[in-house]
Design a protein around this ligand. Structure first.
Ligand SMILES: Cc1ncc(COP(=O)(O)O)c(C=O)c1O
Length: 382
């Protein structure tokens, strides 16, 4: 007999991974047929594509004209490492961390660079106290903690007139929140997140003050070629015109261009932000009506609108990890929701990617399947 709880409607796109994230609606490989494949990235068409990617990034994200935008190797991680290794060491450092990626940057700063940094930590679900941060130091943080679903609630928490630099890993925030550029000095992200692009390439955005630091300070440690942003004490300006340090994938560049054009076609940044917000709101409304599920973010003001993390609160659940994993597995096997398991270091639960490329109708179609999987799993456990 058909289970009455089993939903009739399925998400049109069941991809809810937090990276690489769902391709934008209407994406097909034919959109990449104009890529200058087999040509040098330093040829006229190659350079034009890379310059256009930088220009469209500036246009969609409203990056100020005096900020540099560079395409760099090794995805978001590459861009963050480049910023840490190139900029830090000139003054005190604070790392703010409330989940696994922030922890990774804290470990790099203290263990790899050997800096005597202040580490401000909050547990999963919470955020550090920004009022306690000394912004005369350089401050490193991830805007949106992808693995806890907790994000900076308000850019005003960062002073506009700080002395230190702010280095912000914005990979699961860019294109989904209004980043306060005047409060950020080095901002990084990867194409594979909110725009549903491909991994492998990072974007590094630098404020004039970050450039000033690069041109006036030489770190005590050696820098590998792929991190080097200066030559003879001057910024290598070519990097910020699309003359990449090493060879990019022109197929990935074409894919990023397609995503940026899609972003413009739906209404640019305000529309991207609205799409993420509507998706996260659909999950929040659904969770509010149930007493067995809650957002991992303790304060709704800090709840992510991209990586929405949920925990199961029903007291009948005996093994939280096994229960959450079984639900994610069931949703995957049903073909209604892929990659929904919480991050390996995060508390047990589900993580639903709600970034701009996800249609709200797909989130709405997924939620009854979570009801179904929850009740089915609970019965199986009994
Ligand atoms: C906050 C944050 N930082 C860094 C990364 C690493 O990104 P990438 O694999 O693109 O280097 C991720 C990936 O999920 C992330 O969410």
């Amino acid at each position: 007999m058909e289970d009455p709880l089993r939903p009739a409607v399925r998400p049109a796109n069941p991809n809810f991974s937090s990276g690489p994230c769902a391709k934008f609606p209407g994406f097909h490989l034919g959109l990449l047929s104009g890529a200058p494949l087999g040509r040098s990235h330093r040829s006229a068409p190659g350079k034009a594509r890379l310059a256009e990617a930088i220009e469209l990034t500036r246009n969609v994200l409203h990056v100020p004209p005096d900020y540099r935008i560079g395409i760099v190797p090794a995805s978001d991680t590459g861009a963050v490492e480049m910023a840490l290794w190139s900029l830090l060491g000139a003054r005190g450092v604070e790392v703010l961390t409330w989940e696994s990626f922030g922890e990774g940057w804290a470990a790099d700063v203290t263990e790899q660079l050997g800096l005597n940094a202040t580490i401000r930590r909050a547990p999963y679900g919470e955020i550090v106290d920004f009022a306690a941060v000394d912004f005369s130091n350089d401050v490193v943080f991830a805007w949106n903690g992808t693995t806890s679903g907790v994000r900076v609630p308000d850019g005003d928490l960062i002073p506009a007139d700080r002395e230190g630099l702010t280095i912000c890993d914005a990979t699961s925030a860019a294109f989904a929140v209004d980043l306060p550029w005047e409060r950020l000095d080095a901002v990084t992200f990867s194409w594979q997140k909110v725009l549903g692009g491909e991994g492998g390439h990072g974007i590094l955005v630098l404020s004039p003050r970050a450039v000033e630091r690069l041109e006036s300070y030489t770190p005590a440690w050696p820098l590998p070629k792929i991190f080097r942003l200066t030559q003879g004490g001057r910024l290598i300006e070519g990097i910020f015109r699309g003359e990449t340090i090493n060879t990019p994938s022109m197929l990935c560049v074409e894919d990023y261009l397609a995503a940026l054009r899609w972003a413009q076609s739906v209404g640019g940044l305000p529309a991207l932000i609205a799409r993420s917000q509507a998706n996260a709101q659909a999950v929040a409304d659904w969770a509010a009506e149930r007493d067995w599920v809650a957002n991992l973010a303790a304060d709704p003001a800090t709840a992510s609108t991209t990586s929405v993390c949920l925990r199961f609160t029903d007291e009948r659940i005996r093994d939280a990890d096994a229960f959450a994993a079984a639900i994610a597995k069931r949703l995957d096997a049903e073909g209604v929701g892929h990659d929904l398991g919480s991050y390996r270091d995060a508390p047990a639960g589900l993580r639903i990617w709600c970034g701009a490329t996800v249609d709200t109708s797909d989130v709405q179609a997924l939620l009854p399947w979570i009801d179904y999987a929850f009740h089915t799993e609970l019965a199986a456990q009994a």
